[in-house]
Design a protein around this ligand. Structure first.
Ligand code: FE2
Length: 377
């Protein structure tokens, strides 16, 4: 593992300043059935459904639900006509992340800056307005068929965006689970492309490299991967993985095969109390990856000197790691949909800014046991 905070060198230094991001505005999933996905996030993950768009609100070809919890905002969207690009996307990829949208002060300026610095434009800046004000959105392409939309909403007081109304049902289902914010969003890209995408985020968005994990750090008996974390220096943290040569199929290759190319592998959601959050999620039906009991023998040695509720952690399959700044607790869900692609991480940070490198081996062995059961290892 090597740590660097240097700004990445660019082949030709862009003359336009990078877009200034105010964090992740929302993550939009394109799914087969928005009503079912919204109910899944509400029932299993404790989200509140706050807005709806569909034929009743003037959206002829799609349905969207907006869900929030703490500072996390998800949008689930499904196409409802065969010619919909969303239907084609779901046929190709299964349910997955279509857009990691960034909050900005000026969407037109962010779009101009990103495209001047080499991003491919997908949608030029467009103003939308209704009685609650106006928003401006513009979109650029990133890995695979994934997008980054710039959202400017300073002048908007509505539920989410023009075209959205209060949902038919707003009652939260069950007790809160305590998710507070998006911690990081991880991409899987093809073998040999990690460097390209790290350079892309440096060039287009001015991101720095936070940390790099090589395939010696992240390897098991069977498979390996490499990972570089890029970030905006503040709230937007985007690790990028590529497969590395191993004895058998890497979990990243399995993802790429089943997603049909690069895309979002997992979304890490922050909690301030992981034991109560994971207990609540488990009670609501969320299934987590299990680690063998022996994991905790080793973890107790690594975490010596830190007072942790080991019995609860072992009961819930929560992993622990430390770095020079503190410690973290984390756990990973099974995949969200039917294909072995997107999953979630629940993470509690107590000072640590790492990603659980001390857990990689135990974690990946747990993932490989699931791969084996699917016949994909
Ligand atoms: Fe993660």
């Amino acid at each position: 593992m090597s740590v660097t905070r240097d700004r990445l060198a660019c082949a030709a230094a862009p003359t336009t300043a990078a877009p200034r991001l105010g964090g992740i505005d929302h993550i939009e999933f394109w799914v087969g059935n928005a009503r079912a996905s919204a109910a899944f996030f509400a029932s299993c993950y404790g989200f509140e459904i706050v807005a709806y768009a569909g034929p009743e609100t003037g959206m002829a070809d799609r349905v969207s639900y907006v869900l929030t919890q703490g500072d996390v905002r998800f949008v689930v969207t499904a196409g409802i006509v065969p010619s919909s690009p969303i239907v084609a996307h779901v046929a190709a990829h299964g349910d997955g992340v279509h857009d990691v949208a960034f909050l900005v002060e000026n969407a037109a300026a962010a779009y101009r800056a990103a495209t001047a610095r080499g991003a491919t434009g997908v949608a030029a800046p467009a103003v939308e307005s209704d009685a609650s004000g106006r928003i401006v959105r513009a979109t650029v392409a990133t890995y695979g068929e994934t997008h980054h939309t710039f959202v400017e909403r300073d002048d908007y007081l509505g539920l989410f965006a023009p075209g959205y109304e209060a949902p038919p049902v707003t009652q939260p289902v069950g007790p809160p689970v305590g998710l507070s914010r998006i911690d990081h969003v991880v991409a899987n890209v093809e073998l040999g492309n990690l460097g390209h995408w790290v350079e892309f985020y440096a060039r287009v968005f001015g991101f720095d490299q936070m940390v790099h994990f090589d395939d010696d750090t992240i390897s098991t008996e069977y498979s390996a991967l490499m990972s570089t974390v890029v970030w905006d220096g503040s709230k937007v943290v985007l690790p990028i993985n590529e497969p590395a040569a191993g004895r058998r199929k890497s979990q990243i290759e399995e993802y790429l095969d089943w997603y049909g190319g690069p895309g979002v592998q997992h979304i890490a959601l922050r909690t301030e109390d992981i034991v109560s959050t994971v207990r609540a999620l488990r009670d609501r039906g969320v299934r987590f990856l299990r680690v063998p009991p022996e994991y905790y023998d080793d973890a107790k040695v690594r975490m010596a000197g830190i007072d942790l509720p080991w019995e609860a952690l072992a009961d819930l399959g929560i992993l622990a790691d430390r770095d020079h700044e503190g410690h973290l607790l984390q756990v990973f869900t099974e995949t969200m949909g039917d294909r072995p692609t997107l999953f979630f991480e629940i993470i509690q940070r107590e000072g640590a800014r790492g990603f659980g490198a001390g857990n990689f081996k135990a974690l990946f062995e747990a993932i490989e046991r699931e791969q084996e059961r699917r016949g994909n290892l």
